[in-house]
Design a protein around this ligand. Structure first.
Ligand SMILES: [Zn+2]
Length: 309
């Protein structure tokens, strides 16, 4: 070590510093995906929240779906609510939209004072309007009492009725595809094309060719999944068992089929989410992963709340 000259030593330090700076810059630009809620179905559970994920690019938050607890999950994930900029709803089912209005409203109480654009199927506009009407007492009180900017003018709603380009800004290009989740029509999957990676969220769907097209060569596909052998145990707990079982089997995708779709699309990583059932101890992590991996040669990740991918 003694033989290293002072000049060489300083050179090494300078190079290390430059590398750190480059790494920090890359990290700033790295588009992050955090799973906020990975359980399927609206029933509140101890182990997992309902559907929601956030994509963060250049410190701008794009939230996809607003299941129960999404604002708190963002807090757990360390994502400032004031960075909320866009919300995308895949379809109008309560495990995907129960906290749509709450997210905007609570972000506003946390200091959000900038524009929020929301995107999703009808009746998104009516839901937004009625939500603010329903909560006008609190909103008006906070405006007059706490000096907050009015919330209503901040929120710009865009109803989507068909697949295709949705929006683009400096960070991402977003496209939607119609997926197959009857009787909820329209239901969408979304693709986010960022400068460093592409991320696709399937939404709830039966096996869909449109998802294969939407996810073509994507880096990450987050697909909703069910584990069919466990559905009987799941619906056994409720009085409407027969109808619920039929609905789940017809409108969701098995983990095995999700693997098949990921393979057909040629994605690099498949993330299993919106797990149905979400909390059956007899369905182990290995069972989920093996089912998907049996049809897919890429990487399979079992979704968990607050997992960053
Ligand atoms: Zn659904």
């Amino acid at each position: 070590m003694r033989s290293i000259s002072r000049r060489a030593f300083l050179g090494v330090i300078a190079v290390a510093g430059a590398m750190r700076q480059r790494a920090a810059a890359a990290q700033n630009f790295r588009t992050r995906l955090i799973l906020l809620g990975t359980g399927g179905g609206p029933r509140p559970r101890k182990a997992s929240s309902a559907s929601a994920q956030v994509i963060i690019s250049n410190n701008v938050a794009y939230v996809v779906d607003c299941g129960d607890g999404v604002a708190r999950q963002l807090a757990f994930a360390g994502v400032p609510l004031t960075t909320l900029r866009h919300i995308f709803i895949t379809h109008q089912h309560s495990d995907h939209n129960a906290d749509y209005g709450n997210l905007i409203w609570l972000a506003w109480t946390a200091g959000l004072s900038t524009r929020v654009d929301t995107w999703g199927p009808p009746p998104l506009e009516k839901m937004t309007k009625l939500f603010f009407e329903m909560n006008a007492y609190d909103i008006d009180t906070r405006i007059s009492n706490e000096g907050r900017a009015p919330i209503v003018p901040l929120v710009h709603v865009h109803e989507i009725r068909d697949g295709g380009a949705v929006m683009s800004d400096d960070n991402v290009k977003v496209a939607a595809a119609l997926v197959d989740h009857p009787p909820v029509v329209p239901a969408f999957g979304y693709r986010f094309e960022a400068r460093d990676r592409s991320i696709v969220i399937s939404g709830d769907t039966a096996p869909s060719d449109n998802v294969v097209k939407l996810a073509r060569s994507a880096d990450v596909l987050v697909h909703s999944v069910m584990y069919p052998p466990a559905i009987d145990r799941l619906v056994g707990r409720v009085p409407n068992a027969a109808a619920l079982k039929e609905s789940i089997l017809a409108h969701q995708t098995s983990a095995e089929d999700a693997g098949r779709i990921a393979q057909a699309a040629g994605v690099k990583t498949l993330v299993l989410s919106h797990l149905v059932p979400a909390d059956d101890p007899q369905v182990t992590d290995e069972m989920w992963i093996e089912a998907a991996q049996s049809r897919f040669r890429g990487k399979v990740i079992l979704g968990r709340d607050l997992l960053e991918i």
